[in-house]
Structures are given as structure tokens and as C-alpha cells.
Design a binder for this molecule. Structure first.
Ligand code: MEV
Length: 409
């Protein structure tokens, strides 16, 4: 790592201070970092905050969130506090089932081959399960398969899909190993050629469904309830708004995922492909009023997370965060993340449908401007408050104030 840093210092003209900054791996020991990915030079640290007030399926959670964006942790905590009034979040799940795909091309009789493959289901599943006796012994493993013929720009393809219960693992390794193992059998049965053997991140057999009732008084009154329902209708009708609506959900989901060492790209891919499953891009949440005129929110999305076999088991900070959550299973993590996604969406829509998002952001924005203008320690808050009081929350003003303060010194 040090050699790479030295090379990099020459290459990019880094200062000694920059080299020390990059080389600092924080809570992740450098020998672990160096083995997690390639060409490692150091660490990239994000703030870790704790969201509070989360009551999920009757259990209280302190929720670790790692991200760079101000307001998200505060918004989630505040939303969770309002949700508590009516009992918190109720979350269910479909079980930890992932799909592995095997792509077969050049099949002389695709429909006939599909039937033959389906008839060999037992043998194919047995072959898949031979790859992971541990998972099978814990009640997981390949449980079923589906065969489909799809039309493509390169002609018909026979696609075999393995449905694998991944237990407490995210499952990419287990599923990919199984898909590779059964591929020769698929080739033999189909008389075709297998190319891809890989997990699908459209994890629609690994869903969480979260719901919560938000008390109308606690959230700011009937007008805000109405505004949130209108916001949902906007997202439902317009993909430009819907992308941002779903982004707000992912602010929460991904922050918890990062804190717990999860594959955030898999989660993003799953979320957005699920949102577009009907052919139109739709919100991952729904919002409506109930008969008491309280607000009812639901979230349904894939949540492919694991506690064994990934960074969650290797990264010391991720391990500590999993401990803070007090998790018993990967499913429990998925459920908490579903609750956080719903809370985050509620908080964003509530702000947007009432005072707007900027008011809450301003203080934090002012602080980050002050820091980027060079303010240190207590100066940051002093300068931020001054800019807010002056209603001049701008980088040039922050710079002037930093200069003023250092001159005074
Ligand atoms: C900002 O990170 C997220 C929001 O834009 C989400 C939304 O508009 O619903 C506030």
C-alpha cells in the first residue's frame, strides 16, 4: 500500500498531508482493506450516524447510517418518531430467495428443450445443491427452477432460472457457483451452448413489505396528509418525479446498507428494476389516507442483504453496526431497511408538501459551506449561524467570514 501511495504521490503531485489522508483506513485495518479489493492505497471514510426512534415489528432499533448527505439521519429519526404514535413499522418478507440465470443459445428446438430441461428439474436441483452442503444443511439451497424461451435480437434463447434460498447470505457466490455447476447439464439436455451463468439482481423473490400509519396531527395536519398523497400521485404519473421519489427512499436504504457492509449496487439495481417491472417506472411506495384521515404508507421492494460471506462479516465497523442493530438474521436486516426506506420517503414528502426541503437543509448546508471555505472546529458553527442570520448562505460569504475570523486572531 505504501509503495502504491508513493507512486501515486509522484504521479498526481500529492502533498504529504494528502498522502496521509488517503492512506488512513480508519476503522478498517489496512491489511483487511488491502485484501478486500485490488490496488488498495487507503480508505475512504464517510460519516456514520445513528437514526433513532425506530420501532419495527414491535422491536426498538438504533439504526446505523453511513452517508455524505446532511439531513437524512435527522429526517429518518423524525419520521420514525411520528410512526411510533400509531405503533411503528410493520414489515413482512417473502424469504431470502435469489434467482440464478443460465443463458442457452443456438438451441435447435427451444420449446422442446425447455420441456426437457423442466423434466430434469430434480437432477438439476440436486447438482446445484451439491455445491453448497452447508447452505442446504441450514435449510437453504436451490428449491425450484423455471425455464423460459425468450426472443432476442440474436434469436431465441432458453433461459434456465434457479430459485435459491440463500438463508443469511446475500447469495451471489452461492447462486453463481450453482449456475456454473448445472450449465454443462443444461447444454447436454438442450443441445445448445451456455454463455452467461449469473445471479439476477431483480430479486423479486426476496421482497420486503413495510407499512406504517402516520398520525395526521403528529405529522402536521390534514393538509400535509393531502399534500403527501398528491406527491405520490405525481410520482406515480411521471418518471421524472418518480426517479427522485425513489432516490429519497434509497437515501435511507443505502445508508444502512453501507453501514452494514452490504452490496449497495445490487440493492440499487434491484430497486430500480423492480420499480420498472410493469414496463413503466413506478414509485416503490404508496401513500393514502385511511378512514381516520391518518396517512398510510407502504413500501415494497427487493432487499438482497446478507450477514454471512460478505463485508458484513469482514469489515470491523460493519460488524459493530450489525451488533448495534442486534440482528438475528439477514431477513431482520432487510426488514429494518424496508422501514428506513419508508421513513425516509415519508420525511422527504412531508417536507416537500409543507415547508419545502431547503429550510431543514439550510443549517447543515451552511455548515458544509463553512467547512469547505476552510473553517475548523467551533468556527464552523459560528460561521454557519452568521450566514443563516444574514440570509446569505453562500460560499463567497463563508470565505469572507473565515478570513475575518483569522484576521481577528
Ligand atoms: C434528496 O436527497 C431526496 C429528495 O429529493 C427526495 C424527494 O424529492 O422525494 C428530497
Amino acid at each position: 500500500m505504501q509503495d502504491r501511495l508513493k507512486l501515486l504521490q509522484k504521479l498526481a503531485g500529492l502533498t504529504d498531508e494528502e498522502v496521509v489522508t488517503l492512506g488512513n483506513t480508519g476503522g478498517l485495518p489496512s491489511d483487511i482493506a488491502n485484501r478486500m479489493i485490488e490496488n488498495v492505497v487507503g480508505g475512504m471514510t464517510l460519516p456514520l450516524g445513528m437514526a433513532t426512534n425506530f420501532l419495527v415489528n414491535g422491536k426498538d432499533y438504533v439504526v446505523p447510517m453511513a452517508l455524505e448527505e446532511p439531513s437524512v439521519v435527522a429526517a429518518a429519526s423524525n419520521a420514525a418518531k411520528i410512526a411510533r404514535v400509531k405503533g411503528g413499522f410493520k414489515v413482512t418478507n417473502t424469504g431470502p430467495v435469489m434467482i440464478g440465470q443460465i443463458q442457452t443459445v443456438g438451441v435447435p428446438d427451444p420449446n422442446g428443450a425447455a420441456k426437457k430441461i423442466a423434466a430434469k428439474k430434480k437432477e438439476l436441483l440436486a447438482k446445484a445443491n451439491e455445491q453448497d452442503p452447508m447452505l442446504v444443511s441450514l435449510g437453504g439451497g436451490a428449491k425450484d427452477l423455471n425455464v423460459k424461451v425468450i426472443e432476442t435480437i440474436k434469436g431465441p434463447m432458453v433461459i434456465v432460472e434457479l430459485f435459491v434460498n440463500c438463508g443469511d447470505a446475500m447469495g451471489a457466490n452461492a447462486v453463481n457457483t450453482m449456475a456454473e455447476a448445472v450449465a454443462p447439464m443444461v447444454e447436454e439436455i438442450s443441445a445448445g451452448r451456455v454463455y452467461l451463468r449469473i445471479i439476477s439482481n431483480l430479486a423479486d423473490k426476496r421482497l420486503v413489505r413495510a407499512t406504517a400509519v402516520f398520525d395526521k396531527e403528529a405529522l402536521g395536519g390534514e393538509e400535509v396528509v393531502e399534500g403527501i398523497v398528491y406527491a405520490y400521485a405525481f410520482a406515480d404519473a411521471d418518471p421524472y418525479r418518480c426517479a427522485t421519489h425513489n432516490k429519497g427512499i434509497m437515501n435511507g436504504v443505502i445508508a444502512v446498507a453501507l453501514a452494514c457492509g452490504q452490496d449497495t449496487r445490487a440493492l440499487e439495481a434491484g430497486a430500480h428494476s423492480y420499480a420498472a417491472r410493469s414496463g413503466a417506472y413506478k414509485p416503490l411506495t404508496t401513500w393514502k389516507e385511511n378512514k381516520d384521515r391518518d396517512l398510510v404508507g407502504t413500501l415494497e421492494m427487493p432487499m438482497a442483504v446478507g450477514l454471512v460471506g460478505g463485508a458484513a462479516k469482514v469489515h470491523p465497523a460493519a460488524k459493530a453496526n450489525v451488533k448495534i442493530l442486534g440482528l438475528k438474521s439477514a431477513i431482520e436486516l432487510a426488514e429494518v431497511m424496508g422501514a428506513v426506506g419508508l421513513a425516509q420517503n415519508f420525511a422527504a414528502l412531508r417536507a416537500l408538501a409543507s415547508e419545502g426541503i431547503q429550510k431543514g437543509h439550510m443549517k447543515l448546508h451552511a455548515r458544509s459551506l463553512a467547512m469547505s471555505a476552510g473553517a475548523k472546529g467551533e468556527q464552523v458553527d459560528v460561521i454557519a449561524e452568521k450566514m443563516i442570520a444574514e440570509k446569505k448562505i453562500r460560499f463567497d460569504r463563508a470565505k469572507d467570514l473565515v478570513e475575518e475570523i483569522s484576521k481577528k486572531r
